[in-house]
Design a protein around this ligand. Structure first.
Ligand SMILES: C[S@@+](CC[C@H](N)C(=O)[O-])C[C@H]1O[C@@H](n2cnc3c(N)ncnc32)[C@H](O)[C@@H]1O
Length: 243
């Protein structure tokens, strides 16, 4: 199975449990909206809309039209019916998405791109002059405590690599876009290490794009580890302006 199909399948599978597990994603979508709104009038494009945490907020802000993209057709079907909403299924990294958008928005999706450093300027190129792109995404360093937990037990670290903040901006700035990035650290508290892994599964993020896998024996052992497990995630809030 190729990478895109694996990501699409994981999210489609998670659709019924996503909203119950995705408090962090809901909070981040709210914050992204509050931080960067109001948005310029015109046609808007959302990338990786999922079940629609950000989509709903964007619709409330009265866009002319909102083009909502996601890899998963099932995710798009979960969006509310609205005459201003156009569903756009497919891989935003490679598909034709049109241009002349006054806003491009995305919350917690671009980290799934094969090449976010290339994908972001590719999206920004679809803005019209005076438009802006607003993005939230997890960045490195994140989940350091999990990395230590597995490495101490000589188990491979299988979480997907995340981009470093400085690498996110290079290609956008090289193209002349004005950028502003702020970072926020969200601590995460779990009743056990197993509960941490279950959370990943609940939000569809359990598809490992690395080759190595955690051994089944380790996962079995983990179900007996009852201690609390705390970690955290760095979230980047990025604004890109085409001035
Ligand atoms: C973690 S969910 C976030 C969904 C929503 N934006 C939110 O904040 O809850 C990531 C979403 O991005 C979508 N996605 C991942 N890679 C994508 C790609 N290359 N093109 C379009 N959508 C993608 C997934 O299908 C999934 O619905």
């Amino acid at each position: 199975m190729d990478r895109t199909t694996a990501v699409e399948k994981a999210f489609t599978k998670a659709i019924d449990r996503y909203d119950d597990h995705a408090d962090l994603q809901r909070e981040v979508a709210d914050k992204l909206y509050r931080k960067f709104s109001p948005f310029p009038n015109g046609d808007w494009l959302e990338i990786g809309c999922g079940t629609g945490f950000l989509t709903q907020k964007l619709l409330n802000a009265i866009p002319q039209k909102l083009f909502a993209n996601d890899l998963s057709q099932k995710m798009l079907e979960a969006l509310p019916n609205d005459p201003r909403l156009v569903r756009v299924p497919g891989n935003a990294e490679t598909m034709e998405l049109g241009n002349n958008y006054s806003l491009i928005a995305s919350s917690f999706a671009i980290q799934w791109f094969e090449n976010p450093e290339k994908g972001l300027p590719h999206l920004a190129d679809k803005l019209k002059k005076g438009g802006k792109m607003v993005v939230s995404l997890p960045l490195a360093p994140s989940f350091k405590e999990w990395e230590m937990f597995v490495l101490e037990r000589k188990i491979p670290f299988t979480l997907n690599p995340l981009i470093a903040p400085e690498d996110l901006l290079k290609s956008l700035e090289a193209k002349g876009y004005r950028t502003h990035l702020s970072l926020e650290y969200y601590p995460l508290f779990f009743s056990s290490p197993w509960a941490f892994l279950s959370w990943f599964k609940g939000v569809g993020a359990n598809v490992s794009l690395r080759k190595e896998r955690m051994p089944i024996s380790f996962l079995r052992e983990l179900t007996n580890n009852k201690g609390p497990f705390n970690t955290g995630i760095t979230v980047g809030f990025l604004e890109v302006e085409y001035v």
